[in-house]
Design a protein around this ligand. Structure first.
Ligand SMILES: Cc1ncc(COP(=O)(O)O)c(C=O)c1O
Length: 464
């Protein structure tokens, strides 16, 4: 079918020549031309049918091209696609209210809409600093150790974290991808260790919190630190589910030091872990929540959700932020339709059920292979961490080798070329993150493919 006057078979070559690919050397960019995408599958122009095991980087929790979302988009396009926020539209208003109600805490929240997770993280950081400014200068709060900078501004983030590639978000990310930003990182971020039950840094949670407390104290406590930023379940740095008590402990620490707790649910929101938000697995109310990716179904939409306490801070003081296309009506209509589908089709329950089955099959498979160090996850958010041998836990690919042609990369190429499963390789091993509509039959297909890939990994390991 001709596309913009081009024969469709030219599309891959043209895109390869003229489009920059994310996080890649460009000369090797060879995208595969797509004919259509439906459910969990991408149909290529050369007749292949490929399962997307990363749900398009966690953006398509509903699977591709859900008819109800498409219908909502078409209907909204007939009315209004975008107006500025001096005007109200039904989707923007209703989505704001819905997110305020769906998320933990009082429904008197307020939402700021952006188009990417990174942008929403930066909104959260800026708002946390402005909140602290208002607290100190307008609400009678005190700073008892005056210095050059008169209000709390530091953000505690964690080494195993990724909050996006824009300057501010990358600067607040511990992931080695931050190094592309250095030395021009945005100042004011302090990194802390994360809580990884497979590779613990401390003998107990108590010791862990002693250390976090020390960091906050040494960074100036309530005089200097504005917020603690966490992914409730770490995504790009290894799908790390924290031990019970950890996120509750972070909340308590924030309360003790007057810090805001910012929870980045860009990857884990919209039912990915079996609940609307991953934080709901624990009894914690954050001050600021970030959503993105699957929020807009197929549209670029992200949200920074302010608790009543934080939102009130801006009632009479300037919220010093703004951008074009905030609260985009079309994207908000897609998000509302997506929430409706997740609710009406019971996809959270289904995701929990399928997640249990997937987890069980992965654990069972993992036990067969010495190169599988750990199998962990929640809902439909799973990983197999790959190691040289289970006993030593030596990673099969170090964090600095993400772009190197290692066995982990060969495994992902094998899955794509030989087993019709798309799962881009990463530092720690295999992502197993199917759309929430995945069926048991599809999980069985995935397990068989992963088994073959692990056999390949072990053969390649013996050749090293
Ligand atoms: C937890 C988290 N926050 C923020 C981002 C950045 O989102 P975006 O790529 O939409 O800027 C990501 C992206 O992977 C993420 O996983």
């Amino acid at each position: 079918m001709p596309v913009l006057g081009l024969e469709s078979e030219d599309i891959a070559a043209i895109q390869g020549r003229h489009t920059m690919q994310c996080w890649s050397s460009q000369s090797g960019y060879a995208p595969v031309a797509v004919a259509k995408a439906e459910g969990c599958w991408i149909h290529t122009q050369d007749g292949r049918k490929i399962f997307d095991l990363r749900s398009a980087h966690e953006c398509i929790n509903l699977g591709f091209n859900h008819p109800k979302v498409i219908a909502a988009l078409k209907a909204q396009m007939e009315e209004v696609i975008y107006v500025t926020d001096d005007f109200a539209t039904a989707p923007t208003a209703k989505l704001s209210r819905k997110l305020a109600e769906l998320t933990p805490g009082s429904p008197n929240k307020k939402i700021y809409f952006s188009q990417s997770g990174a942008a929403s993280v930066e909104v959260a950081i800026k708002a946390a600093r402005l909140y602290q400014y208002n607290r100190v200068f307008h609400q009678g709060g005190t700073v008892d150790a005056p210095s050059q900078y008169p209000y709390p501004y530091k953000i505690i983030s964690r080494y195993h974290s990724w909050h996006g590639s824009a300057s501010g978000a990358a600067s607040a990310s511990g992931d080695p991808r931050r190094w592309f930003q250095e030395p021009l990182t945005v100042p004011g971020v302090v990194f802390a260790p994360d809580a990884n039950p497979y590779r613990p840094h401390f003998e107990s949670l108590e010791r862990h919190f002693d250390y976090l407390n020390l960091i906050i104290e040494q960074e100036g406590g309530r005089n200097k630190v504005a917020a603690f930023l966490v992914e409730p379940v770490v995504g790009s740095n290894g799908i790390i589910v924290p031990p019970d008590g950890y996120l509750e402990g972070i909340r308590a620490l924030c309360d003790r030091w007057d810090l805001l707790m910012i929870v980045d649910e860009t990857m884990t929101g919209m039912g990915r872990t079996g609940k609307w938000l991953a934080i709901e697995h624990w009894d914690v109310e954050p001050d600021i929540i970030i959503m993105g990716k699957a929020l807009g179904a197929y549209c670029p939409l992200a949200a920074t959700i302010f608790s009543e306490k934080v939102a009130r801070s801006f009632d009479d003081h300037l919220f010093g932020h703004g951008q074009s296309y905030s609260g985009h009506a079309l994207a908000c209509a897609a998000a509302l339709a997506s929430i409706e589908v997740l609710t009406e089709d019971g996809l959270l329950e289904q995701g929990r059920e399928m997640g249990q089955y997937l987890g069980w099959r992965l654990q069972e498979l993992g036990r067969e292979f010495d190169c599988v160090g750990d199998v962990r996850g929640l809902g439909l958010f799973w990983t197999m961490e790959l190691v040289k041998e289970r006993r030593s836990k030596t990673p099969l690919r170090r964090a600095t080798e993400k772009y190197e042609p290692t066995i982990v990369k060969q495994v992902s190429e094998f899955l794509f070329r030989e087993r019709q499963v798309y799962v881009p390789s990463d530092k720690f091993g295999l992502w197993v993150v199917p759309p929430l509509i995945v069926t048991q039959e599809e999980i069985d297909f995935l397990i068989a493919a992963i088994k073959d890939a692990l056999e390949l990994a072990e053969t390649l390991l013996t050749q090293e």
